[in-house]
Each structure stands twice: as structure tokens, then as C-alpha cells.
Design a protein around this ligand. Structure first.
Ligand code: CMP
Length: 170
């Protein structure tokens, strides 16, 4: 599991929680790789991936539980991680004031990881949540390990940019 070493590498970095090694404070869950693969199999984002791809992803993602109300990303701040929702609901507050809800199988945090820019929106847990967290370096390994995932993330990113710009969407 990558979480603890990654946290140690980034010790002292702004916004990194020493308990979880993640920018969000929460309870890290320590599962076996095979238990994590079983969990990944239930996440629609990973539909169609091979056992080998799921095993690779299990080595790149950590699991975190957070309570309702926890801030998961803050608009304008540097982002370090991609979050994939396993259970629970998140609320996204865009800078325009518009809100969006995200639930199981959906993800957030990809924008900052792609271009290194600040978080585009504030995201909070509406309910207790279980999340898969993928760090910056692991994010690029994830896309290489599972090209179909790369397409899904790009399509979502493009749609979110259109929404932010008020451009027509498909
Ligand atoms: P990021 O900018 O890293 O951090 C905030 C996240 O909110 C952003 O990545 C997206 O994952 C998410 N987000 C931005 N716009 C939308 C939207 N229109 N609908 C849902 N989620 C969004």
C-alpha cells in the first residue's frame, strides 16, 4: 500500500494529513490487495478492466473513510489527489455558485492532477463516505495501467470544463 510512504515523502507539505498521508484527513483502511480488488470490481468506473489491471490499480489506490461535512477539496488550493467515490455522496460547489452532487462510482480531483493548477471547486462530503485516493504520481501510473479509464476520465473532464464555461454539452 502506497499511502504511508507517500505521506512520509510529503511530510511538511501544505495540507497533507499526517494520519492518512493524504490532503484530506480521514481514517485510512488497510486491506489486503485481494480484498481491494474485490472492492474495485464493484466500482462502475472500473467496469471492463482485467483482473491484472484491477490488481495494478489496487496497488496504486488507498482507501479512506471520512465523516459527513468533511472538506475534500478547496477551490483555489493546490490539489494532490484524485478521489473515487465507493460509498456516500459529495457536494461540489463551483465558483459560479452552481452545485453538483457526486455519488458512488464517480470521481473528482482529476483537474488539478492533469494540469497542476489549483482546485477548480470546493468538494465536501454530504454523507459519511468511503473513498479511493490516488496520489499524483500514482494517477499517471493508473492511466498507463488502464487506458479505458483514461478515456472515461478525459470525457468527464471535458464535460466539466464545458459546464464551467457554460458551453453546450453532449
Ligand atoms: P479539481 O479542480 O482538481 O478539484 C475540484 C473538483 O471538482 C474538480 O477537480 C472536478 O473533479 C470537480 N468538478 C469540477 N467541475 C465539476 C462539475 N461541473 N461537476 C462535477 N464535478 C466537478
Amino acid at each position: 500500500m502506497g499511502r504511508r510512504p507517500r505521506g512520509q515523502e510529503r511530510a511538511g507539505a501544505a495540507g497533507i494529513n499526517p494520519q492518512s498521508g493524504c490532503e484530506v484527513s480521514g481514517v485510512p483502511l488497510w486491506r489486503s490487495r485481494s480484498a481491494k480488488v474485490d472492492l474495485l470490481r464493484k466500482v462502475p468506473l472500473f467496469d471492463g478492466l482485467s483482473q491484472r489491471q484491477l490488481e495494478q490499480i489496487a496497488g496504486l489506490a488507498d482507501e479512506l473513510e471520512v465523516p459527513a461535512g468533511r472538506r475534500l477539496a478547496a477551490a483555489g488550493e493546490t490539489g494532490h489527489e484524485l478521489f473515487i467515490i465507493v460509498e456516500g455522496q459529495a457536494q461540489v460547489r463551483l465558483r459560479t455558485g452552481r452545485t453538483a452532487r457526486l455519488g458512488p462510482g464517480e470521481f473528482f480531483g482529476e483537474m488539478s492532477l492533469v494540469d497542476g493548477g489549483p482546485r477548480s471547486a470546493t468538494v465536501e462530503a454530504r454523507t459519511p463516505m468511503r473513498l479511493l485516493v490516488v496520489g499524483h504520481r500514482e494517477f499517471w501510473s493508473l492511466l498507463t495501467a488502464a487506458p479505458p479509464l483514461c478515456g472515461k476520465i478525459m470525457r468527464t473532464l471535458s464535460r466539466r470544463l464545458r459546464e464551467a464555461e457554460g458551453a453546450p454539452t453532449a
